[in-house]
Write a protein that binds this ligand. Sequence first.
Ligand code: HSE
Length: 426
Amino acid sequence: MEGNAKTITVGLFGLGTVGTGVVKVLEKRSGLIRNRLGYDVRLKTICVRNLDRAREVNTAKYKVTTNSEHILNDPEINVVVEAMGGIEPARSYIKEALEKGKHVVTANKALISKHGQELFELAAKNGVNLAFEASVCSSIPIIKGIRESFVANSISSISGIVNGTTNFILTKMTSEGRSYESALEEAQQKGFAEADPSFDVGGKDAAQKIAILAMLAFNTAVDPDTVYTEGIQDVTAEDIRFAGNWGYVIKLIALAKKADGNGEGIDMRVHPMLIAKKHPLASVEGELNAVYLNGDLVDGQMFYGKGAGQLPTASAVISDVIDVMKSVAVVRNFNSLPLIDINDLEFSYYLKIPVIDRPGVLYRIAKILATNGISVAELLQPGGKESVPLIIKTHRAKERMMRHAFNELNKLAVVKKGAVMIRIQD
Ligand code: HSE
């Protein structure tokens, strides 16, 4: 193989966590890749913001520069890896690289979820490839799965645990009964959560990822900022315990689903959900990620593994570096399917309503539920003193009606602060 190896000359933008991982993996695994695939992957140039910063890897054998043109104008570089993150200047560099006939690999979920359509169209126009496996759940080959392995399928739904930070926190709260705050603190100490965790715990990271998966599966561009998103900040260990008694775990689920029947839209959302313990996603613990999808030929399939971290992300990037040299499918013929309003969907619900324990309270709550057409499936009133939570599981009801009822309940003088409403995955 050695003599016939085809050379891939790489220019890398960014030498943070991901870029450094790419350098490390290429140093260690170039020989393996050459033997397995016949490609000689050679990193030539690295473009950084600051030449003086101390680096984890020895960069002496590469050209390290702050000038993007040293990559973009080098005719020898045929693959550009973008590992800078953020929208600009990453977007401009990628566009210029594609226009100059270079293949591009990126790990940038913010960029692909927001500007994927523009970049795919530019790649197609210039006859080059744009790959982004690392942008969703890093090492898990979910992009490859959807666009290659399941290319002959009509995909009806994708649901996943695509954020490791929140899954780590919820797992700790479940297995150790810890509070949200204490589990978050441990996630930060272990390096899973950022110093400002709001992007992860608020569900925005998951919304970007599900927007990318939906784009691939349904050929549609969805602005992640328009996806209905709730985070895990209000989930308590008590809710997790009650859900557990009824056979559920609570997970932050990102979901994209084609409209049932003849409708045209997509149901797309990110929020905490009660998942039956026997569902494959229920057993995904700690910082791990998983994506469960349904294709008409393959039925339900789950992809599972590490969704973040330097080496798992670099693993996906390097795989893409080889892939772009072959032909990878770019997303073509974009639709713009409307998002279905969550108010028009139906769920069963877990409700926790902290109330004063007095005669007639249950009657008033049941009346509000009944007036809104909501039927109670199970009811629990764990013993307490003056104030007790009423734990209710409802039958399926329209979100619009449930929200209306929930607002009404919260107005009752006997209902205290902290009522909770979490949807149940049937
Ligand atoms: N912060 C993400 C997570 C990983 O917690 O899963 C990068 O998308």
